[in-house]
Ligand binder design. Structure first.
Ligand code: ATP
Length: 360
């Protein structure tokens, strides 16, 4: 695995007056490039030939430099990595970046300095580790069943490798589950989780290790809530088939995002959960969460917020708020997207000579 010391050495050779922000042209790249430009950074878009002209069509968000690749895994090739390092590139990892290249490949082979703590990839990509993190943080999570025989209520079944909720299904009890698993021919490679009834909220946070403590329990650094979204999944439209239940609607595939705000008194609960996750992350994988992260929650009025996942990087839901959100205005008197916030953190770190605290 590439160590923090390896990355520090590479970073020490960088020209801090010519740092460029790089990412793969997908997911939240326009927001990242746009935000970087607003903070005065040059940008590099890693793109396929097909995508390039479309990214070029956005005059204010297009990257300054393109690096064309045939396959996203080519980023790991020596010549591409060297090109990026020669340009003093800092990579901003987003969902597609991690998915296309693979968390293991990033940990083993990516020498280019990356914003945030790459150890989070180990913890967010593995459901068991993630569960340990939540348990140690004392955060309410859905019950997980080791075997279908233990199931005593409605459950949701998540297949390993099923991205963005695709191919998830629910079962109303143990017998329903057994018959569905048998029908689908699934023997292993899935997680059986308690189905939580409630309203979903996906708050987007930013943890700045360089900021002044602004919230109880944070220890060091500051925590900002930059926005909240709700993912639009096919099942959200199930009522359109009523009075019949149309099979095709029983699908959790994420297809988009919608802005939401939360009843203000509930914000406190969310902030408390975020602080606990940050503190525990620092114990489990030092320096813990750094930069953007999203807590995936379901609010059930009897049980409060139940956390079913954390994405420890910029999430696509932040694309709703490229010019700020109903929450970012409480921290900044200027449009502040998550992409811009990342660039601002890098700028501050350069100024204070602390880049190695936010890059790994
Ligand atoms: P990935 O794991 O690839 O990041 P994702 O984060 O989009 O995918 P999940 O968060 O695992 O997918 O879940 C997708 C959807 O399934 C959720 O947005 C939610 O609607 C539903 N869901 C997940 N877990 C539960 C649960 N325990 N109870 C009720 N609904 C759930």
């Amino acid at each position: 695995m590439i160590s923090m010391a390896d990355i520090s050495t590479i970073l020490s050779r960088y020209d801090e007056n010519d740092i460029k922000i790089a990412t793969v042209c997908s997911h939240s790249a326009l927001q990242i490039f746009h935000g970087a430009r607003m903070e005065g950074f040059a940008t590099i878009g890693i793109s396929t030939a097909r995508n390039r002209p479309y990214y070029e069509s956005f005059p204010i968000a297009k990257p300054d430099i393109f690096i064309e690749i045939d396959d996203y895994k080519d980023i790991l090739n020596k010549d591409i990595q060297e090109k990026l390092m020669k340009e003093n590139a800092i990579i901003i990892p987003h969902g597609s970046f991690v998915e296309y290249i693979g968390a293991d490949n990033i940990l083993e082979y990516l020498l280019v300095p990356m914003f945030g703590n790459r150890l989070t990839l180990l913890w967010e990509g593995d459901r068991r580790r993630q569960r340990r993190w939540f348990d140690e943080a004392g955060i309410p999570t859905p019950k997980v069943y080791d075997s279908p025989f233990e199931v005593d209520r409605r459950v949701i079944v998540k297949l390993h490798g099923a991205k963005g909720g695709s191919r998830y299904f629910t079962a109303s009890n143990r017998y329903d589950l057994e018959s569905k698993l048998q029908k689908l021919g699934y023997r292993e490679g899935y997680v059986i989780e308690e189905y939580i009834a409630g309203v979903r909220y996906y708050p987007h946070f930013f943890l700045s290790p360089l900021g002044r403590p602004n919230i109880p329990g944070i220890g060091y650094g500051s925590l900002e809530l930059l926005g909240i979204d709700r993912r639009l999944e096919v099942i959200d439209e199930v009522y359109r088939g009523w009075p019949d239940v149309i099979e095709d609607y029983l699908d959790f595939t994420v297809t988009g995002n919608q802005p939401v705000v939360l009843r203000e008194k509930l914000l406190i609960d969310l902030l408390e959960i975020a602080v606990r996750l940050v503190s525990t992350s620092r114990k489990l994988f030092h320096p813990g969460l750094v930069g953007p992260f999203c807590i995936e929650t379901i609010y059930n009025p009897k049980r409060g917020f139940i956390v079913f996942e954390v994405s420890a990087r910029i999430v696509a839901g932040t694309n709703l708020y490229t010019s700020g959100s109903p929450y970012s205005v409480f921290y900044y008197n200027e449009p502040m997207s998550t992409g811009r916030r990342i660039a601002r953190e890098i700028k501050k770190a350069i100024k204070e000579d602390k880049l190695e605290t936010i890059i790994y």
